[in-house]
Design a protein around this ligand. Sequence first.
Ligand code: NAP
Length: 278
Amino acid sequence: MIINGKLQSEKLRKKIKNEILSLKRKTKKTPKLSVILIGNYLPSQIYVRNKEKMAKEVGMKSEIIRYHSNIPEKTIISKIIQLNKNKNISGILVQLPLPKHIKKENIINTIDPKKDVDGFNPINVGNLASGYNAIVPCTPLGCLKLIKSVKKNLSGKHAVIIGRSNLNGKPMTQLLLKENCTVTIVHSKTKNLKTQCSQADILIAAVGVPKLVKKDWVKRGSIIIDVGINKVKDKIVGDVDFKMVVKKARAITPVPGGVGPMTIACLLNNTLECFKAR
Ligand code: NAP
């Protein structure tokens, strides 16, 4: 089974759209997402444009605040403080990566945790790790929704996550622990990577190495989630050798069309949740 991320994303966005409509009727208010974009890194420009387009499609207000790449850090900090105070703004996102002179942690720490739609603020990271209510980073949240579209009860399953980034691997670990999975997290220094992966009922690859996961790395009947986005020649490929692994997996996400579309849908979901919480 190929997990259709586009379809799952459409379903989630439709649900968000209906909820925004009904909230609008009741409260006369609409959620609004503010995105800060610094510099002209092309992938960020494309990503931010897609976020804005999809926000409009679900009836959400959105704005992109653009700065040139040599803007001082303090200008961004002041802008975030202003957005934190603005009652009309439900969610704030600063598009990463940032120019070298701007410290990522200073930016992330300034965003009000209640408006932190990316879920990167340490308050949200800590709440997630403690099993409390938290805003969850969009990609891992999307991955969990995709896994659950195939299997609802994950209790007792062995999940192996390749990659330990703050963006993907670590929050994915917390989400799967909450689902009562037994979680193994592996990375570039792990020995016997192939053996570790071959024991997974659920294998999540968030690495950034094209087609790293081969057919003999996966257990027959497992669920495979490929987070990787790698440009090879003119094609986008994942971290999993899809053509070979698909023959062995119970379910697998393709790249493109798997995790990617869910990430933006989960961003809209987080923005709506922030709006409702306020
Ligand atoms: P990252 O911060 O570079 O982390 C990569 C992780 O993979 C690190 O933990 C690293 O180990 C590990 N790793 C690297 N090479 C390895 C190897 N040969 N064997 C085992 N582990 C290895 O990357 P990221 O931000 O998590 O992103 C991972 C991938 O997901 C990228 O392709 C990115 O473009 C993609 N991505 C996709 C979406 C989406 O919406 N689909 C969103 C975000 C990111 P160490 O910690 O030891 O260095």
